[in-house]
Design a protein around this ligand. Structure first.
Ligand code: SAH
Length: 459
């Protein structure tokens, strides 16, 4: 067997040009074809790097000197960008981020999906790509008698205090600061993960961007909370738009945020928000898209690609709380949603009722089990929409789609690599990918969302 030659050495310096960006935002350079990942490097930049670690097929390096800067390089506006790690692309202008994300989708379709000549449209980005997140989940710690609430410093368990997060709704920053101050005033101690002592673990704030309604969730180790009534009173006085104050109890030694028990301390169990014409009830534990403005853009695109006339029967696989299903139901004859989490299906049914939508039905189960069962029972669909988690669609589901032969498939993806893999399977099974539209749901991070329009080939 031919021995793989590693053309570089640890601690040595090399002059390189970055060709690509990894999924976590590092620059990719090559020395004699051997890939080196270098944090902070941007495409087309020329630099001197030092090799820090060599593995079998790749290496890591450190940026030593930039000879030529990318025209897209900017100073990250956030003062805690480097410590935090929540964003990975703030050193790339927003325009540059959109170009990079489009390129990433195009590249994986070719490399992983072996799909050629598929139009990948320019990424639909935000006019104002800041302050978009509607949910904050902030860990709390004790520091010299005071409370700090912020983020875990990269690769550590140290919590850094944070006053503002530039991708967070300002309202949420304000709520977290106020709740922290109230807890501090009443001497609530923060959870200490080493000693497994203390009370407050996380503060969560949810904001209905359209309705202005606010939910505060206190995630505590114990069910008792000292000065509970005083704390509630102050929170509801200081934050006039609060509609719901909830306590979630997590007594476990774990870095999972939520425990199993959730109690409403004050006000409603839900806050409301809308996307387009559809209203949603959101509880403390409900999944809800974190960037509602771009969610509307994404769902409008999915709806357009579904090509509905009002006569179609549609399956929405991986439907969550029924967000896409309810969008589709407005234009379809009937929609069947499938989702694995029972509470999400309860939310989906409630949301259908809330909007007076009667042509949507929801089932709990694995898409790859439930949909083949439907097929066995003789049910079919004209259009199938899938919106799977990062690992993509299960092969059993793809095979069922191929056998069901819907006229169209709409694939909403949060991971271009598995999208490309699954599109290849559908292509081999008699479908054609017509076009792909990336939508930027998470500006300044490397996450990349895309919708694909897929049609049954004429036999
Ligand atoms: N379409 C929804 C949710 C998409 S997230 C929205 O836009 O809001 C993906 C969803 O797939 C999650 O709700 C997750 O619980 C669900 N899921 C994961 N694996 C599944 C499976 N095998 N079958 C059905 N649903 C699954």
């Amino acid at each position: 067997m031919e021995k793989l030659i590693v053309p570089i050495e640890k601690n040595e310096y090399y002059d390189v040009t970055f060709e690509d960006l990894t999924h976590d935002g590092a620059g990719v350079a090559k020395v004699e074809g051997f890939p080196i990942f270098v944090p902070n490097g941007l495409i087309d930049e020329k630099a001197k790097i030092k090799i820090t670690k060599v593995k079998k097929g790749y290496a890591f390096g450190r940026l030593v000197e930039l000879y030529e800067e990318s025209p897209f390089r900017v100073d990250a506006p956030c003062p805690i960008y480097k410590q935090c790690g929540g964003c990975q692309l703030q050193h790339l202008s927003y325009e540059g981020q959109l170009v990079a994300k489009q390129k990433q989708v195009q590249e994986v379709l070719t490399r992983i999906g072996h799909l050629k000549d598929i139009p990948v449209h320019p990424v639909l980005g935000m006019d104002n790509p800041w302050r978009y997140r509607n949910k904050a989940q902030v860990p709390v710690a004790d520091r010299e008698g005071a409370l700090v609430a912020g983020f875990y410093q990269q690769r550590s368990h140290e919590i850094i205090d944070m006053e503002a997060c530039l991708i967070q709704q300002e309202k949420n920053d304000e709520v977290v600061q106020k709740v922290k101050a109230v807890c501090e005033k009443y001497g609530v101690r923060a959870y200490d993960e080493k000693k497994h002592k203390g009370t407050i673990r996380h503060i969560m704030a949810r904001y209905g961007v359209v309705t202005g309604e606010i939910m505060v969730v206190l995630i505590t180790r114990t069910s008792e909370l000292p000065y509970k009534n005083e704390i509630i009173k102050e929170i509801t006085t200081l934050i006039p738009d609060v509609k719901s104050v909830v306590q979630n109890i997590n007594p476990k030694r774990t870095n999972v945020i939520f425990g199993d028990e959730t109690n409403v301390l004050w006000g409603e169990e839900y806050i409301y928000d809308s996307i387009g014409d559809i209203k949603f009830a959101i509880s403390a534990r409900s999944f809800y898209q974190v960037n509602p403005e771009q969610t509307k853009v994404l769902y409008d695109k999915a709806l357009e690609y579904a090509g509905l006339t009002g006569e179609e029967s549609v399956i929405d696989a991986y439907c969550g709380i029924g967000t896409i299903s309810l969008f589709l139901a407005q234009k379809a004859k009937k929609v069947f949603g499938v989702e694995i989490v029972p509470e999400a299906i309860e939310d989906a049914k409630r949301n259908a009722e809330l909007n007076g939508i009667e042509n949507a039905e929801f089932a709990v189960g694995e898409a790859e089990v439930v949909i083949p069962q439907w097929k066995k029972e003789g049910n079919t669909a004209d259009v199938i929409v899938v919106d799977p988690p990062r690992k993509g669609c299960d092969d059993a589901l793809l095979q069922t789609i191929i056998e069901m032969k819907p006229k169209r498939v709409v694939y909403v993806s949060c991971n271009p690599a598995t999208l490309a893999r699954d599109l290849r399977v559908l292509e081999d099974g008699g479908f054609k990918t017509v076009e792909v539209q990336p939508v930027d749901m998470f500006p300044h991070t490397t996450h990349c969302e895309a919708v694909a329009r897929i049609e049954l080939k004429n036999e």
